[in-house]
Design a protein around this ligand. Structure first.
Ligand code: ADP
Ligand code: MG
Length: 407
């Protein structure tokens, strides 16, 4: 409080995206400094934010991610042997990580390098052998913020290795779907992190200026123009900076609950639940019932948002986001105090709607905000976090960027 009793303004932190040439130059320079030679090239891949459709991707459901202008950059040079040498500006303390690709298998790699050599391993498993390589990474995708820095890292290497090994999958969407599969295997089997498939699909298969609807039952995608500014609106991303405590175990538990419920209901995945009330009547367990209710209603919300956007009724998306948050908080129980504070404060400050994004228990929220209210909402959320004694949040305005590519 200031002397006159007004709440003192909390400073607002914006997470700036690097311009593509800047990111490329940065990582190229770091490669030269580290390895004393020129890389074969520079590639980058975006983080993503999911507009709607959370915890649906492992249930055969729908989700609606879009790529962020925040990207992970890789400078890479092919080697003639099967050695990999890796460095990341985000993991500078670790120096250079070195391993032979022949020694990479599930359970053998710890830490961030698993996301990288996992992609090489998965490509080799899919009969696309890749050579050794030297590479340097730098990124403006925030870590662990639910904006998918892990998929950005995998996807940047997927397109880099695709090119230097002459595989040629990145040239069309079917090939990119195969690259996304390699990234998913890398994350699940080598990095040892559970993930559905939305993140890798968004990073490899999105289109600039468009949001993507991914149908995870058959892997099909639909792209549609996503220009909120034309409607006087913006998608404000709020990184709560809350650490993802419990996230891995809770994710696995939610996933197991959904899979068990699908078995009880006699369906392949919860996507195939036609009649929600009838399904709920068949489940004895309250946690399973609430889990099924979240997944089934969330898939319906993706369909609703797609219809609203197609009809140009963009304001009406706000309450759907808020309903999704209530479902994630109350039925799926994956929110946390910081996410609830961000969502509630954004709505009080005038957002049309808001919800947590990503797996939960920390990470980011999104708010649909009138363009002229973005600064006000960010200030209100920053002030609420300061008043609650929480770590200061950080913000970005999401505009849809293009997919993983050579820079
Ligand atoms: P999210 O994908 O939501 O950002 P994850 O926990 O899935 O969070 O992935 C974060 C992990 O991915 C990091 O802990 C690190 O291991 C790896 N990672 C992501 N970006 C980089 C990077 N630029 N350099 C090195 N490792 C990275
Ligand atoms: Mg991730």
């Amino acid at each position: 409080m200031s002397a006159n009793g007004a709440a003192s303004a909390a400073p607002v932190t914006w997470l700036e995206a690097w311009a593509r040439p800047e990111g490329g130059a940065r990582v190229r320079e770091a490669f030269r400094a580290r390895f004393g030679t020129e890389p074969d090239g520079v590639w980058s891949a975006p983080g993503r934010v999911n507009v709607i459709g959370e915890h649906t991707d492992y249930n055969g459901g729908l989700c609606m991610p879009m790529a962020l202008p925040h990207r992970t950059y890789v400078a890479l040079r092919r080697r003639e042997d099967d050695t990999v040498r890796l460095a990341s500006a985000q993991e500078a303390a670790g120096g250079v990580w070195t391993r032979r690709l022949a020694d990479v298998a599930p359970g053998t790699v710890e830490g961030w390098a698993g996301y990288v050599v996992g992609v090489a391993w998965a490509l080799a498993q899919a009969a696309h052998p890749v050579p050794g390589f030297d590479a340097v990474v730098d990124s403006c995708v925030p870590y662990g913020a639910g904006l998918s820095s892990s998929a950005a890292l995998e996807s940047a290497f997927a397109v880099a290795l695709d090119e230097v090994a002459g595989i040629g999958l990145a040239g069309d969407d079917a090939g990119r779907a195969a690259l996304a599969q390699a990234c998913i295997r890398a994350e699940n089997e080598i990095a040892g992190a559970m993930t559905g498939g939305m993140d890798q699909t968004a990073s490899l298969r999105c289109r600039a200026g468009h949001a993507l609807v991914l149908d995870t039952r058959d892997g099909s995608t639909r792209h549609f123009p996503f220009d909120l500014a034309a409607h006087g609106l913006a998608l404000l991303v709020i990184d709560t900076r809350a650490p993802h405590q419990l996230a891995d175990g809770q994710y696995a538990a939610r996933r197991a609950t959904c899979e068990a419920a699908a078995r009880t209901l006699g369906v392949a995945t919860l996507r195939d639940v036609g009649d929600l009330e009838a399904a709920l009547a068949l489940l004895d367990d309250e946690v399973a019932r609430r889990g099924v209710r979240h997944v089934v209603t969330e898939i319906a919300r993706v369909e609703l948002v797609e219809q609203l956007l197609a009809a140009g009724d963009v304001d009406a998306v706000g309450p759907v986001l808020t309903a999704a948050h209530a479902s994630l908080r109350d039925d799926y129980e994956v929110s946390c105090p910081e996410l609830d504070l961000a969502v509630d404060t954004a709505i009080l400050a005038g957002a049309l709607g808001a919800r947590m994004v990503g797996g939960g228990f920390g990470g980011s929220a999104v708010a649909l905000v009138r363009t002229d209210a973005v600064g006000h909402v960010a200030e209100a959320v920053s002030a609420a976090f300061a008043a609650a004694g929480r770590t200061a949040p950080a913000f970005l305005v999401a505009t849809p960027d293009g997919p993983a590519a050579r820079d």
